[in-house]
Write a protein that binds this ligand. Structure first.
Ligand SMILES: [Ca+2]
Ligand SMILES: [Ca+2]
Length: 147
């Protein structure tokens, strides 16, 4: 009887940790090339992992060292809606304010661009959020275009 109990516990622990990972924010480390016209594209899917349906996708961007004159921005789009946010301070390790797009469950496209011809390193933080502010199902962002 004790054996059975511990097996159940192990299965529960694995399932629980998988859910926790799914519910956490997803961070992407990116690199964008020198061209002033360079754009990196990602796709993220929001879904109900049992926490609840998605109300909006929130994305933050952090312009990492080295410090360069160009500013980095991320646009979030779904259906006919687009929202933009820019990290105004390069190399301070702090993220921009979150850009939020109320698009429900489904696929969102993130595009990262910049204001000048400098190579840049950045991080993105991505969360699908319910109407009550809980983190819900968020897939690992897929890189669609790397420039
Ligand atoms: Ca930088
Ligand atoms: Ca910053």
């Amino acid at each position: 009887m004790k054996l059975v109990d511990s097996r159940v516990l192990v299965v529960f622990a694995i399932a629980h940790s998988a859910m926790s990972i799914e519910a956490d924010a997803h961070e992407v480390a990116g690199f964008i090339g020198k061209s002033a016209l360079a754009v990196d594209l990602y796709q993220v899917r929001c879904f109900d992992d049992g926490t609840g349906a998605t109300d909006y996708l929130a994305v933050e961007i952090s312009d990492q060292a080295p410090v360069k004159p160009s500013l980095l921005s991320v646009q979030v789009s779904k259906d006919d809606q687009v929202r933009n946010i820019t990290d105004l301070v390069d190399g301070d390790e702090a993220f921009s304010r979150p850009v939020k797009l109320k698009g429900g469950n489904g696929d969102y496209v993130l595009s990262v661009d910049k204001t000048g011809a400098y190579e840049e390193v950045y991080n993105l933080e991505v969360h699908c959020v319910t109407a009550t502010g809980a983190h819900t199902g968020t897939t690992e962002p897929v890189l669609l275009q790397d420039q």
